[in-house]
Design a binder for this molecule. Structure first.
Ligand SMILES: Cc1ncc(COP(=O)(O)O)c(C=O)c1O
Length: 369
């Protein structure tokens, strides 16, 4: 940390106007008018005085299931405080000390923390080289009698890699053959060019974690869901702390966003894809920088800067404190590979991406000196 700079980048970013927010894969496009209208009406009606209907805003759990094509029993949706809480509930409910979960590195580390909190161990199979996702042919080599679960993040945060249908099928076959649960973390599903749910091949073993944070752009609402068949859901429910349901405004916005999804999703995808192309052009201007995955199947990817000779933390700092552009150093996403990359998301209005592109080229040059 350079002297005189704030010690907490998040405190700085949250208290400084005009930050270009590319650090958390959030979506900063203007919401659909129906979402704003539903939120305004809920506030005007002061719906926040009462606890919400405990099973969830009428219509919302079925709309989540409908969105996944899982509208009929035994599928159920439990509303949670973001996909994060769904992940926590799953790990607490279904893992025991000594269990092992197939995971990869780099990854979204909070899930690995939840696994450890349950006394279990993540395998952290290295995937930064090669296919940049699980190699299904060798995944089997990591299975032991202690293995209980596969964590499938599809598409992957931070890499932006997605899985083909035949790969999802093969992963499900492994789970079926070795009696493993599958956590299908579909936080970035809507951004993918193609996506297959594990529920298709392994319905009784699948736990889907669902998020309104990314494509719907409601991260601050902390709204998500756990989706599973009745039997697995019954095992998870005792660990649900939302006896009184989750935030009503988040639920209202989530329902309105699902009801209008066909109207806003194409624009979000088109703009995100244009934005990632702009970043690709900027990366091409910098010697030693490259995109391991392009195009990304998500709303983020990593920029490998190992050959620039610059550390990602120094670059994160320079971009944030000098240009007010907030990206994430790889150290947050991988102990092994984190010194090699920054992660940047691009589901934000294009002027912010242009600011990043300009600042990235300039700051790498400046730091090299
Ligand atoms: C892979 C993955 N899973 C889950 C989450 C949690 O999302 P949320 O709790 O906002 O729904 C994130 C957030 O960045 C993520 O990257």
């Amino acid at each position: 940390m350079a002297p005189g700079r704030p010690s907490d980048p998040f405190l700085y970013a949250h208290t400084t106007p005009g930050i270009v927010w590319m650090s958390q894969n959030t979506n900063h496009f203007p919401p659909h008018p129906a979402v704003m209208a539903a939120l305004s009406a809920a506030i005007a009606d002061e719906r926040f005085h009462a606890y919400p209907f405990a099973p969830g805003l009428p219509g919302l759990p079925p709309a989540v299931l409908e969105d996944l094509g899982l509208a009929s029993p035994p599928w159920q949706a439990l509303l949670t405080g973001g996909g994060t809480e769904a992940l926590y509930i799953i790990m607490r409910a279904l893992l025991r000390p000594g269990d092992v979960v197939l995971t990869h590195d780099p990854s979204y580390q909070i899930i690995h923390h939840f696994i450890r909190t349950a006394g279990a161990t993540p395998t952290d199979i290295p995937v930064y080289e090669g296919k940049l996702r699980y190699d299904v042919d060798t995944l089997q080599d990591h299975i032991t009698p202690a293995t209980k679960m596969i964590l499938l993040i599809d598409p992957i945060n931070p890499l932006g890699t997605g899985y083909r249908r035949d790969e999802v099928r093969a992963i499900c076959e492994l789970a079926n053959d070795h009696d493993l649960l599958i956590v299908d973390d579909i936080t970035y599903r809507d951004f993918a060019f193609e996506h297959t749910l594990t529920s298709e091949f392994s319905p009784e073993r699948t736990l889907i974690t669902y998020s309104f944070s990314k494509s719907a752009g409601l991260a601050g609402m902390r709204t998500g869901a756990l989706v599973a068949q009745k039997e697995l859901m019954d095992r998870c429910r005792p660990y649900n702390t939302n006896d009184l349901s989750i935030n009503i405004l988040g639920q209202v916005a989530a329902l309105a966003s699902l009801q209008t999804k066909a109207q806003w999703l194409p624009q979000v995808l088109a703009a995100s894809r244009r934005n990632q192309a702009l970043i690709k052009d900027a990366v091409a201007k910098v010697d030693g920088a490259r995109l391991p995955v392009y195009p990304s199947s998500a709303n983020m990817f990593v920029i490998d800067i190992a050959d620039t000779g610059i550390g990602p933390s120094a670059l994160q700092e320079a971009l944030l404190y000098e240009d007010q552009v907030f990206v994430r150093s790889g150290s947050y996403l991988s102990k092994t590979f984190g010194e090699r990359f920054i992660r940047t998301s691009f589901s934000i209005p294009t002027p912010g991406v242009e600011r990043f592109c300009d600042a990235f080229v300039r700051q790498v040059q400046a730091l090299r000196r």
